[in-house]
Write a protein that binds this ligand. Structure first.
Ligand code: SAH
Length: 258
């Protein structure tokens, strides 16, 4: 019997992979990887490692979830060491829980290697701490796509009156609706909001505004992006440390016009 490692590859910057994750990549006979895994991380694998792409991408063939599950089980039964690489953390909106369940159902030995989730890392690289003693003592990691059984209205009402900071995954397309429902259920229209696209990578782009202005400023932001709602977003004005491409372009423009 082989073994499966469910590994979080981190949010984008390959250096944010854990040492345990790196070991699991180096030792893998087979790597099954998702769309949001930075391909540079795959270069750490041994030359004999086989790769399978399992992500959902409209322009490429992708394995349905059931096929991925079956493949992990079959490979481990054949005695292979399998590393299942997922973007961010495997147990944060990554269906890692379902994959672990499948392995448990078939008595396949497995280990979970947590990764740095984009809901913490993208704001950190945008100069936004998700908690801060002066602004927020609670944070919720939420998804705009949920199966909890609540109506959209109930879901956003509960979040509008819940934790001070919201980090919303998979929310870009629903941004207008999210802002509207949060305002409707009591969040101030002046609540700061940030959108961080491709956080921690060279392509990172951040846009900030408020619940009432962010939608009109958001046209350049596509998936994948994290939405951060709450007063902590103000911290970016002071501690924005990571230079995004847009900042670099602006800097060279201002230097060339001096
Ligand atoms: N397991 C992943 C999340 C998978 S769900 C994690 O822990 O990060 C996919 C969503 O994650 C995307 O729609 C987007 O909202 C977010 N996401 C993933 N990587 C991101 C990144 N580098 N920057 C911003 N958002 C990201």
């Amino acid at each position: 019997m082989g073994k499966v490692f469910l590994v979080g590859a981190g949010p984008g910057d390959p250096d944010l992979l854990t040492i345990k994750g790196l070991k699991a990549i180096k030792e893998a006979d087979v790597i099954l990887y998702d769309r949001l895994v930075n391909k540079k991380i795959l270069e750490f694998a041994s030359p004999s490692t086989k790769f399978f792409y399992c992500g959902k991408d409209p322009n490429r063939y992708a394995l349905p979830q059931e096929e991925t599950n079956k493949m992990m089980v079959a490979l481990a039964k054949k005695g292979h060491t399998v590393t299942r690489l997922k973007g961010g953390d495997p147990f944060v909106f990554g269906r890692g829980g379902e994959e672990a369940e499948e392995l448990a159902n078939y008595n396949i030995p497995f280990e979970v290697v947590p990764g740095i989730t984009s809901g913490i890392a993208a704001p950190a690289y945008a100069g936004i701490p998700v908690t801060h003693r002066d602004f927020s003592s609670s944070v919720a990691f939420v998804t705009a796509v949920n199966k909890t059984g609540m109506t959209k209205e109930q879901y956003w009402e509960h979040l509008a009156n819940g934790p001070e900071t919201l980090c919303v995954y998979m929310g870009v397309k629903r941004l207008p609706e999210i802002c509207q429902l949060l305002i409707k259920h009591g969040r101030s229209i002046d609540t700061p909001v940030a959108l961080v696209h491709m956080g921690t990578s060279e392509q990172q782009i951040t846009v900030t505004g408020t619940l009432s202005t962010i939608v009109e400023k958001s046209h350049q932001i596509k998936n994948p992006a994290i939405i951060i709602v709450g007063d902590v977003v103000h911290m970016r004005e002071k501690i924005n440390w990571f230079r995004e491409q847009a900042d670099q372009a602006e800097m060279s423009l201002s230097l060339s016009t001096k």
